[in-house]
Design a protein around this ligand. Structure first.
Ligand SMILES: Cc1ncc(COP(=O)(O)O)c(C=O)c1O
Length: 375
């Protein structure tokens, strides 16, 4: 018996420890996909496990209208680390819900409807977030979606300037596109989006669901680009695999955010796991470590893979390698022949999103394996 939405892989996973995952036959895999960036501090990090299990035994759940220490600590932890003034925190259960809230908050706070999104962007699969996602394959069967969304070319400053006007509630974009193929943009572009939104009174929503929590070499990609959005969303690695998302916003958004809610907003167990994850990321300086190992891996990949691949790109440990044959086949060969788990991003890009704790030896092993698979 299997589920019907995901097509399952022929590897049944039994356990995980650090950067490795083991299947039911005892075969160990180096996990360079980390289930789409969901394991920033490694599988089953003892501090995260301890925080979650201690909380589990004490109180599994109380709704967010009752203050609770684990949730309060997470509010504080996120607010302290977020770009300055983006310190009002809404907790939810996934990335798409974090963006759904961001879009609703922006509409409510501005009293406007129009949303500007970007080509190749991916913001989730619920009806609002999906409307701001670019690819038709995710959207078509579910239309009509939420209206009022205009798409502009990702990275095109002039197109963005033209699209953002007095009717715009928000611009939503990723600082480095993940699902769209690991597509970077310049600091100048992101700063121009900031200026365009500020000038027209629209909210800038930075979707850091994949880029956040140190993945690109700084805790938030916003920090590296010196951009302070009005709303920042994050999820994926926040709970080390337990489901949690967060929408952080400035006062002017929070003060007029409308009536939003969710039963499971920031339950004690997921909050405890997320608080511990955030602590480990900061204490062990994992963003700086990701920057160092990531640039080593990209350098080695460029040198070793040469013309066997079309491009190597990304920031920190969010890396895309554009291959000359289908990315799904490369992913399969890496898993079956080299016991390395990686991800596709579209049909031609191999995507690496390992735990931020990987080291140069792991990077060497992965580049060696890719070299063999693509040669
Ligand atoms: C940039 C970005 N935004 C939003 C989402 C949606 O997150 P979730 O799958 O947790 O709903 C994703 C997931 O891949 C993502 O990469």
């Amino acid at each position: 018996m299997s589920g019907f939405v995901f097509s399952e892989k022929p590897i049944e996973i039994a356990s995980g420890d650090g950067v490795h995952i083991t299947d039911t036959n005892g075969t160990e895999y180096l996990d360079f996909g980390a289930s789409y960036a969901c394991v920033p501090v490694g599988h089953c990090h003892p501090e995260v496990v301890d925080a979650a299990t201690t909380q589990l035994e004490e109180l599994m759940y109380v709704q967010a209208s009752y203050p609770h220490a684990a949730r309060t600590a997470l509010y504080e932890g996120l607010a302290e680390t977020a770009p300055v003034d983006v310190d009002n925190v809404w907790l939810c259960n996934s990335g798409t819900e974090a963006n759904e809230a961001a879009l609703k908050f922006a509409r409510s706070a501005t009293g406007r409807q129009k949303i500007v999104a970007t080509t190749q962007g991916f913001h989730g699969r619920t009806m609002g977030a999906l409307a701001t996602t670019w690819k038709d394959k995710y959207k078509k069967p579910f239309e009509p979606l939420a209206g009022g969304v205009e798409f502009v070319e990702y990275g095109d400053t002039a197109a963005m300037m033209e699209a953002v006007d007095e009717e715009t509630a928000a611009v939503i974009l990723e600082p480095l596109q993940g699902e769209g193929g690991i597509n970077p943009v310049s600091t100048e572009y992101l700063q121009a989006v900031r200026v365009a939104t500020a000038t027209s009174g629209a909210a800038m929503i930075l979707d850091e669901i994949q880029t956040g929590l140190g993945r690109t070499g700084s805790l938030w990609a916003a920090d590296r680009h010196d951009v302070v959005p009005d709303i920042l969303t994050t999820a994926k690695g926040l709970g080390s695999g337990l489901p949690i998302g967060a929408t952080l916003c400035r006062d002017w958004i929070a003060e007029d955010c409308g009536n939003h809610g969710s039963t499971f907003s920031g339950g004690p167990v997921v909050s405890a796991a997320a608080g511990a994850t955030l602590d480990v990321i900061q204490r062990e300086s994992l963003p700086a470590h990701a920057a160092e190992v990531g640039s080593y891996l990209r350098r080695e990949a460029e040198a070793r893979l040469g013309d066997d691949v079309r491009d190597v790109r990304g920031d920190g440990l969010m890396i895309g390698i554009e291959v000359r044959r289908g990315s799904n086949r490369v992913v399969r060969d890496l898993a079956i022949n080299h016991q390395i788990l990686a991800l596709p991003a579209g049909r031609t890009v191999l995507r690496l999103l390992p735990p931020l704790t990987v080291d140069r030896d792991h990077a060497d092993a992965v580049v060696d394996a890719i070299a063999e698979v693509v040669s």
